[in-house]
Design a binder for this molecule. Structure first.
Ligand code: ADP
Ligand code: MG
Length: 379
């Protein structure tokens, strides 16, 4: 066990890293953040912020000297960095797990190899792969194999010629071409797994995306039948077990035609797990700290149902009167049992996650009405 006041490290310094720092501080750890962005919102509140590239050997050597163990909050950390650090200190999750999750074609091969249901997909590395694609894959979605997030690096394509155009637009970088499904709804399973293989599941969340970005997440998922919950947890358990995963992980699922299909795997806490901060005995971030340090996992159960709504930078804008508009904080904070979270980002940009809010409520079946009420106060 790594005990406080040891220093632990996190690669990546966005809002997920910021909550990791807060959870670690609550337990008495010191935290070092490595993120090249000097404005890093995790770096702002960490004990130390190393501003360097993720493959800067001097920075990694320093991190390995100072930290008792390291985790990540961002799947696009070079896996070689995790391997390098693992030569000196425990790294959780390990490079092998992150390597799979950071590349959609490796992820699909992993799902295929373990017979885990997912949307039909093809790896695309040349135009020839598109010319050979079966008609049944259309309408499809072309997704960059690596570095996409929040719906970026994706394009809906109706046929081969649109697929070719999209592939060219992505500069012929490796992609996957996936069948576009008619979704009933989407859910995610967030779990924590320790170094003995014990797993704690958070309640399954139901997720609504807008323009490819998570908008609303309801926990527990109101329309999700229990037999599918059991199946989703068993798939997530299989994935975490096959990766020998240590830490907090999320599995995003599609439900289409009443069937579960894995969409993608995040080797880190997840936006749809933010409600765990206010609604669960142990948050997804505290579990990440506990798993990293070899402490017993906490109780993941929820003490309340919750609705989580993301706050994007779109809600800050210049009005026609020349004034800067911001969300109506007064009205929002008057909603009962509403918890406001802002991440400390200086610059609001469209599509940028500035914060979120969580409403604790036993009436989460009315989530769409509550979300509409919040939206009105946001803009
Ligand atoms: P990101 O890394 O941006 O989260 P995802 O692959 O999860 O990328 O896609 C973002 C969202 O786009 C999904 O949550 C879903 O709403 C929609 N989407 C992605 N793939 C499909 C698909 N094959 N069929 C239908 N909708 C999809
Ligand atoms: Mg996703």
């Amino acid at each position: 066990m790594i005990l406080p006041p040891a220093t632990i490290g996190v690669l990546g310094g966005g809002q997920l890293g910021r909550y990791f720092v807060l959870a670690a501080h609550k337990l008495g750890y010191r935290v070092l953040v490595l993120d090249p962005d000097k404005q890093s919102v995790a770096g702002q509140i960490a004990d130390e912020h190393i501003i360097a590239a993720y493959d800067d050997v001097n920075a990694l050597n320093y991190m390995a000297t100072i930290c008792a163990a390291v985790t990540t909050e961002f799947e696009n950390i070079p896996a070689d960095t995790l391997d390098y650090l693992a030569g000196h200190i425990p790294v959780r999750p390990d490079a092998a797990a992150v390597r799979i999750c950071q590349n959609r074609s490796r992820e699909k091969s992993f799902l295929q190899a373990h017979d885990i249901p997912h949307a039909a997909s093809l790896n695309i590395t040349t135009e020839q792969d598109i010319l050979m694609s079966p008609a049944s894959i259309y309408p499809g979605i072309i997704k960059l194999a690596s570095s996409g997030y929040d719906g970026k690096g994706q394009q809906i394509v109706e046929n081969k010629s649109e697929a070719l155009a999209a592939f060219n637009q992505f500069n012929s970088q490796p992609c996957v071409l996936e069948k576009k499904l008619d979704l009933d709804y989407e859910v995610s399973v967030v779990l924590a797994r320790d170094d003995c293989g014990n797993i704690e599941f958070f309640p399954v969340a139901q997720n609504v995306h807008k323009h490819g970005i998570l908008d609303v997440s309801v926990m527990p998922a109101p329309a999700f039948p229990d037999h599918l919950r059991v199946e989703a947890e068993s798939i997530a358990r299989l994935i975490a077990g096959k990766m020998d995963y240590i830490g907090t992980m999320a599995v995003e699922f599609f439900v289409a035609g009443g069937q579960l299909l894995v969409n993608e795997i995040a080797p880190r806490p997840h936006n749809s797990g933010h409600a765990t901060i206010d609604a669960c005995y142990t948050s997804q971030f505290e579990q990440q700290v506990r798993a990293l340090c070899g402490l017993p996992l906490g109780d993941s159960r929820a003490h309340s149902s919750a609705i989580m709504i993301n706050i994007l930078g779109d809600h800050w804008y210049q009005g026609s009167d020349g004034q800067t508009k911001t969300p109506d904080w007064q009205a929002l904070l008057s909603i009962p049992a509403l918890k406001l979270h802002l991440y400390g980002k200086e610059e609001p940009r469209p599509g940028r996650k500035m914060g979120h809010l969580t409403i604790l409520t036993e009436q989460s079946g009315n989530w769409d009405l509550m979300a509409a009420n919040v939206r009105q106060k946001l803009s």
